[in-house]
Write a protein that binds this ligand. Structure first.
Ligand code: URA
Length: 243
């Protein structure tokens, strides 16, 4: 049995706080009857409705996916391009990506049908580290990388401090591989950060998300997260550390 507000939040309909408001306002029904009591618990066979719309009560699933380049981080695309959920044809649950990677970015992406979990991981207040490897069309000098690490002014404000490491440079081809760890998730943030110091990102891959990596997976493959990993991600988002 689970608390009604949790069931509504997990379905991705509203935050837990908002779900409580909906309950108090009399917008929630259980088995056809309005329920305004906040502590109410419901089982899997109870029918829950919010504003007359039934709440889906699927088993919660969590996947770690190695997104290839050239795929949209969405569940559908009006231009018929490939989307991440095309790689999960046998998953019955209605999963969606947690946050997004650009069409041209490859790497680690989590997919789930747990709306509350997704909100927790993507909320700007909770800061999950994300590590990217960028291939640049040139070799940035140390002082420029330091500017990225300290935070750099972008159109939408200064970025938070980042960890930046030069992995390798190819002087002949005049390019560099730079690892960068950020915890914000602004649109095209890594590409824009490098643009701000005068470099173009030719290739971008997300190697790590919190303590998770892509070990054992090829592009286009996925695995289920373990119960322990899901719990750890929750703890990390909520408290900023693993207890
Ligand atoms: N930063 C980017 O520029 N692109 C991504 O896909 C992710 C982070």
């Amino acid at each position: 049995m689970e608390r009604l507000q949790k069931v509504i939040a997990q379905a991705g309909i509203a935050s837990r706080r908002k779900a409580e408001e909906l309950i108090i306002e009399g917008k929630v029904k259980v088995n056809g009857k309005v329920v305004t009591e906040l502590g109410t618990k419901v089982g899997v066979s109870d029918r829950v409705e919010v504003g007359g719309v039934p709440v889906e009560r699927e088993r919660k699933v969590y996947y770690l996916f190695y997104k290839p380049r050239g795929v949209i981080s969405a569940v559908s695309d009006d231009k018929q391009r490939k989307v991440v959920t095309d790689f999960f044809p046998f998953v019955e649950q209605r999963i969606f990506p947690v946050g997004r990677l650009d069409y041209d970015t490859s790497g680690l992406l989590i997919l789930t049908n747990d709306g509350e979990f997704s909100n927790l991981l993507t909320h700007p207040r909770y800061q999950i580290d994300k590590t990217y490897v960028a291939r640049l069309n040139g070799i940035p000098q140390r002082h420029l990388l330091k500017r990225l690490a300290e935070g750099i002014q972008l159109e939408d404000g200064k970025t938070a401090p980042a960890r930046v490491k030069e992995l390798s440079v190819d002087r002949k081809k005049q390019r560099a591989l730079i690892e960068i760890t950020i915890h914000e998730g602004r649109n095209r943030q890594v590409r824009r950060m490098f643009e701000a110091i005068g470099f173009e990102v030719q290739k971008l891959k997300r190697e790590r998300y919190a303590f998770l990596n892509l070990n054992g997976l090829n592009a286009g493959e996925f695995r289920e997260l373990t119960t322990h990993e899901v719990k750890q991600l929750r703890t990390l988002a909520e408290t900023g550390s693993l207890r």
